[in-house]
Write a protein that binds this ligand. Structure first.
Ligand code: C2E
Ligand code: MG
Ligand code: MG
Length: 697
């Protein structure tokens, strides 16, 4: 089988054609052919199949080689065009060649036919190959220029010989700045030597490496890049170049961060979703376990959101939800979480909770915040909420259990008509309700004159004489009976009622003391307990001053008892206020001494007139060596500071003897008298002034 050859013959003489074809067959070609005589036939033939060569008679009836060549050229095909002629002048032949004919043969001398055809086939193949190479090169250049990936080409010594535009875009370096340099200037320093040694080992052994590298841009910025390295090898296996493809992963990583955020947050409010809530809750539980604290789960539901949706459209409903979320979010303390579970369902996780009361205070605040009217598109909306509460570890140890319990509590609230709060545990709920009721009643206690003061004498041990009285508040309520300050002072402090109650106590105690003096009873000092919250505003000295001038009591007949917690809050402001009070002549006593944390640290800064040893020590001085030691040390400390020392809670003669022996200045306690109503106290004072002797047992 010879070389395949498809010949398109433009020839009007079948005899001539056959002659030519026979010559070719004899030369060993495996021929296929078609003979055409007109431009139209030729055109059709050119488009219908591919040809290796066109052999064209110079002149045909109504057609000729010049027209045929033009016809071929119109198609844009690169097919060798050979003119075969019986009578062609040199001039015409040259012109044809100039126009693109590859050769011409004379019909009477066809010896050149086979060599010419062979040559033309060879040259056409070469031309085709060159065209393909050019095409590929053009493509490569386009890829190089247009690639999103940065491309770095180095020589075998790893010095840069080319970079593309994406390289400049990603790294910020221009090609002209980096030619001839080793690409190590891109290193960020985040990967160590081992990393790069492994990279080179892989590149040299397998010819490839790919992985993520943190690179440094020209502007100093560090960014993650995915890099593919290949060694380009010569036929003999030696490396001629290295090519690095580098894509910037910053956007991808950022997008992933976005994805991460979206998969953990509610799109409408930006609040954590259930998945993130579970994580946060677990974290809160773990921390609470370690620190012995409680975690509260508040399941919140907006009442009647559907009504807003129905009447004002879902946009309004969405706006209400967002506003609701913003308000609740604003109330969160660090470490707390607010999450959105469903359309109108939220969960608040409160950490560092001490007890149900504290949780209830927050739940009440949430309810108040919800109740404030909200404005959407100039419409005013009022929504309410209900809250179901569970507490870790009381109601459950795990997220799911706690959430379920909160849901149960919530459904009970809903069944009751909503707009309320409920604990899962009946007992906690009862406590919380009691607390709310108590707070509501306390709110009116001052106005309804339900508060009163009892007074307890303080005795100087050396003389056995009464030297002062402590005013102790009582709350006489019709339904609750006589309520102890231990039960309602903390409530007053949390609800802010302590300010007005504190003012009332101050006024009442000063007025009473003045009244006793005016009645001719001995001049004594009255001690008034002041809570830390009263120091917070900084207005205590002016309040005291006002009270003294209103009641006409001398400042020297007033003493304030404060606890260490007062000083811990804001030592600077506390120091100023104490200094101002003492300058006015008011004495300051440190109550419950020994129960706080850093008494000594404070004592070194504040000048205090009196130390009051806490009754928890007094109670045990005769039975417990530790209490005895602390009491003795406290007395010694007071002495060395020039401070009066009083022991409270003295109930027995044995305790008194111990204190006297230890050098304590004063005592207060049931041994001498319980706290008494003002009238009874007046009788005691009158009795004692008549006797003028020692009242000490
Ligand atoms: P406190 O200032 O340490 O008051 C001493 C408490 O010990 C009083 O309890 C008093 O009745 C009690 N007590 C006195 N002698 C004895 C005794 O021999 N044995 C025993 N077991 N107890 C004795 P009370 O009146 O219940 O007051 C409790 C706390 O309430 C006070 O502790 C004080 O911290 C606070 N409090 C009382 N009245 C006021 C007030 O007007 N304002 C403020 N902010 N707190 C007050
Ligand atoms: Mg006191
Ligand atoms: Mg005390």
């Amino acid at each position: 089988m010879g070389m395949p050859l498809s010949v398109l013959m433009v020839e009007d003489s079948p005899g001539d054609a056959a002659l030519t074809l026979r010559l070719l067959t004899k030369s060993g070609f495996d021929l296929s052919h078609l003979r055409v005589e007109t431009a139209a036939q030729m055109q059709q033939a050119l488009y219908s199949q591919s040809w290796d060569i066109v052999l064209c008679d110079f002149s045909l009836p109504g057609f000729n080689a010049i027209a045929a060549l033009a016809t071929l050229q119109e198609t844009g095909l690169d097919i060798p065009f050979i003119v075969v002629s019986g009578s062609i002048g040199d001039i015409t032949a040259i012109e044809l060649m100039r126009n693109g004919a590859r050769d011409y043969l004379m019909k009477n001398n066809m010896a050149r036919l086979a060599p010419v055809v062979e040559r033309e086939l060879r040259e056409a193949a070469l031309r085709r190959e060159r065209r393909m190479t050019e095409e590929r090169l053009r493509l490569s250049i386009r890829v190089f220029e247009c690639a999103d990936q940065a491309i770095i080409v180095t020589n075998a010594e790893a010095n840069i010989v080319a970079t593309n535009p994406a390289f400049e875009k990603i790294t910020g370096y221009r090609e002209s700045d980096v030619l001839g340099r080793n690409p190590r200037f891109l290193k960020s320093g985040r990967q160590n030597g081992v990393f790069f040694r492994n990279m080179w080992a892989s590149l040299l052994s397998s010819g490839h490496w790919s992985g993520e590298i943190w690179n440094r841009r020209n502007n100093g910025e560090i960014h993650p890049a995915w890099i593919t390295l290949s060694a380009v090898k010569y036929i003999d296996g030696s490396v001629t170049n290295y090519v690095a493809l580098l894509s910037d992963r910053t956007a991808i990583l950022e997008a992933r961060g976005q994805v991460d955020f979206l998969s953990h947050h509610d799109a409408m409010t930006g609040l954590p979703n259930r998945a993130l809530l579970r994580d946060r809750m677990q974290q809160a539980i773990d921390e609470a376990k370690a620190s012995n604290e409680k975690v509260a789960v508040l399941l919140l539901n907006i009442d009647r959101l559907q009504r807003v949706n129905d009447s004002f459209g879902h946009d309004a409903g969405d706006a209400v939800i967002r506003e609701f979320a913003d308000r609740q979010r604003a109330m969160l303390a660090p470490g707390d979480t607010l999450a959105r579970l469903g359309s109108d369902e939220f969960v608040m996780v409160l950490t560092h909770c001490a007890n149900a009361d504290e949780i209830m205070v927050i739940a009440q605040k949430v309810m108040l915040e919800v109740a404030r009217p909200l404005h959407v598109n100039a419409e005013e909306f009022c929504v309410t909420a209900c809250i179901g509460i569970t507490v870790y570890p009381d109601d459950g140890l795990e997220f799911a259990e706690l959430l379920k319990g909160a849901d149960t509590a919530l459904s009970l609230v809903k069944a009751d008509g909503g707009n309320s709060v409920r604990f899962f545990t009946a007992e906690m709920n009862a406590r919380a309700l009691r607390r709310i009721a108590l707070e509501n009643r306390l709110r009116y206690a001052v106005d309804r004159k339900e508060l009163l003061l009892h007074y307890q004498p303080q005795i100087r041990i050396s003389t056995g004489l009464m030297c002062g009285v402590e005013a102790l508040i009582r709350w006489q309520n019709a339904e609750l009976g006589l309520v102890s300050p231990v039960d309602f002072i903390p409530l007053a402090e949390e609800s802010g009622l302590i300010q007005s109650i504190g003012e009332w106590v101050m006024h009442e105690a000063c007025a009473q003391n003045k009244a006793w003096q005016d009645a001719g009873l001995p001049t004594l000092r009255v001690s008034v307990n002041v809570s830390a919250h009263q120091f917070a505003t900084g207005a205590l000295p002016s309040m005291v001053k006002q009270t003294l001038s209103d009641t006409g009591l001398s400042a020297h007949c007033l003493e304030l008892e404060l606890t260490e917690s007062v000083m811990m809050r804001d030592p600077e402001s506390c120091f100023q206020q104490i200094t101002e009070l003492r300058r006015m002549g008011v004495a300051v006593a440190l109550d419950d001494f020994g129960t706080g944390y850093s008494s000594l640290a404070y004592l070194s800064r504040f000048t205090i007139d009196k130390l009051k040893i806490d009754q928890s020590f007094t109670r045990n001085i005769t039975t417990d060596a530790r209490s005895a030691a602390i009491t003795t040390a406290s007395i010694a400390l007071g002495r060395s500071l020039g401070t009066t020392v009083i022991a409270e809670g003295v109930e027995t003669q044995g305790q008194l003897d111990f204190l006297r022996h230890a050098g304590c200045d004063e005592i207060q306690g049931y041994l001498f008298s319980r706290p008494l109503p003002a009238e009874t106290m007046a009788l005691l004072m009158a009795e004692y002034s008549k006797a003028l002797g020692s009242v000490m047992p």
